[in-house]
Design a protein around this ligand. Structure first.
Ligand SMILES: Cc1ncc(COP(=O)(O)O)c(C=O)c1O
Length: 463
């Protein structure tokens, strides 16, 4: 009988987070303020607590996980590493396919790895409430859950299209004590401005971020901060427990190497969480392909520009060096709400520029096909975001068969899709098309870059 899952015990949990910034061949470019000059950590103080800002700017390779955070993380970790033997059999591939199952947390995805850490650091700093955005609803649920654990109030601005597609997510957030509002809303100036200009907008993560930041910084008590579910360095840092655990578990399966590492990428956090510890190996000479999979509806890594850009629509964030489609980009209302973001995390963007990560884009028909094949062979119903990684895994496994090679493929099963069945229903009833961002819309959205400094010269042929 083949082994199909490896569990770790609590004592095997990583005690430190891994910071890729310490190992990237080129140092990271700094975020810029409105005057075009690098911002100081103090300029972020109204938005984030200083203990998280310190992590954001840290160049240390390893950062200790406080004991109390580790104890809270035991509710969701360690997660199993599983082998997809039934999918392998169906594909008749010599590849061995492993996946880190992050769907087993109460909120349903990897997002709790950082929501728990962020809620704890905010509480420690004396903060009373957090605001945030959510696309698919996974991040909002994860933060609501974490705030309930540590005793913080929580307000979530949920992108309108997801708010309508996934009403059950709102109930989950309410169960954990959070308030969930459809974005754009009448609660903020940023929301009111957008509603005036585009009353029927499906909303976007960029707009919801603007609203959540405004709601935090305009609280005169000074006791509210904003929390982001992806993109920033400290968020990606908290996710690295995924890859660090996976490294131990893959050895326990008897594998002494990994050939391909795959993750879907919206703002970059689950991809980073699994892949960064493997990127470190690649930097130190190991031959590993590392693939980040985005939606063809929001193709910032494959068709965007590496430039300074705002992280939100209303231009409230600093300018970040990232691959972007322009901060005014409003993506089509695809069901993978967590991939509907205009930019990619600076650390992931930099790793792409360095040639360490290969970006690929998949359309929603191909990804739903992959998700359904997965559920028929492996059982689990995946989140629409996760299905992008699975589509790529299937292609890589087929390639291994064509080449007659015994490859080891590892991917991040970032979340379950039990709250996303409306999207599956649309697919099953033939209501989804294979949408890719048209060239004309790409060009229009790229106009919002006018006057922004390019982030760096492209290093690889592709960029
Ligand atoms: C299940 C799942 N996977 C992936 C993502 C993409 O986000 P990130 O790139 O930060 O992992 C999301 C975002 O909401 C998600 O819910």
């Amino acid at each position: 009988m083949k082994t199909v899952k490896i569990f770790l015990s609590e004592k095997d949990m990583p005690r430190k987070w891994y910071n890729l910034a310490a190992d990237l061949p080129t140092s990271m470019l700094p975020p810029l303020g409105p005057d075009g000059k690098p911002i100081s950590p103090e300029m972020l103080e109204k938005v984030f607590p200083m203990n998280l800002i310190e992590q954001e700017v840290s160049q240390k390779r390893w950062i200790d996980i406080p004991d109390e955070v580790l104890q809270l993380l035991t509710i969701i970790r360690p997660t199993p590493l599983r082998r997809a033997v039934f999918l392998e059999k169906y594909l008749d591939t010599p590849a061995r396919i492993y996946y880190k199952d992050e769907s087993v947390s109460p909120a349903g995805s990897h997002k709790s790895n950082t929501s728990i850490a962020q809620a704890w650091y905010n509480k420690k700093f004396g903060i009373k409430r957090l605001t945030t955005e959510t696309g698919a609803g996974q991040w909002g649920s994860a933060l609501a859950f974490a705030c309930a654990l540590v005793g913080l109030e929580c307000k979530v601005f949920m992108v309108r299209i997801s708010f309508e597609q996934k009403p059950l997510r709102k109930i989950m957030m309410q169960l954990w004590g959070a308030k969930c509002i459809s974005s754009p809303s009448e609660e903020t100036q940023a929301g009111r401005d957008i509603l005036k200009k585009l009353p029927d907008t499906p909303g976007s993560l960029g707009i919801a971020i603007s609203e959540a930041i405004e709601a935090a910084v305009s609280d005169t008590s000074g006791m509210t901060r904003y929390s982001l579910g992806s993109v920033l360095n400290h968020v990606l840092l908290h996710q690295t427990v995924i890859g660090l655990e996976a490294k131990k578990q893959i050895k326990m399966f008897g594998e002494n190497k990994v050939d391909v590492v795959i993750g879907c990428a919206g703002g970059g956090s689950n991809f980073a969480g699994l892949s960064f510890p493997f990127i470190a190996d690649k930097i130190h000479g190991k031959n590993i392909r590392i693939i980040a999979v985005e939606s063809a509806a929001a193709p910032k890594m494959t068709r965007g520009k590496f430039s300074y850009d705002f992280g939100d629509t209303a231009e409230m964030t600093p300018l970040l060096p990232m691959m972007s489609l322009g901060h005014e980009f409003i993506p089509a209302p695809i069901h993978a709400g967590g991939l509907r973001y205009h930019g990619m995390a600076p650390l992931v963007s930099q790793a792409i520029v360095e040639g360490l990560v290969e970006p690929l884009a998949y359309d929603q028909v191909k990804t739903y096909e992959a998700a359904i094949l997965w559920s028929k062979t492996e059982g689990a119903i995946c989140a629409p975001e996760t299905s992008h990684a699975i589509a790529c895994v299937i292609d890589e496994a087929k390639k291994a068969k064509a080449e007659g090679k015994e490859k080891v493929i590892l991917f991040n099963f970032s979340g379950h899709g039990l709250m996303d069945l409306v999207g599956y229903d649309k697919y099953l009833t033939g209501k989804l098309d294979s949408y890719s961002l048209p060239e004309s819309e790409l060009n229009k959205s790229m106009e919002s870059f006018k006057g922004f400094p390019p982030a760096a010269k492209r290093k690889t042929g592709k960029w």
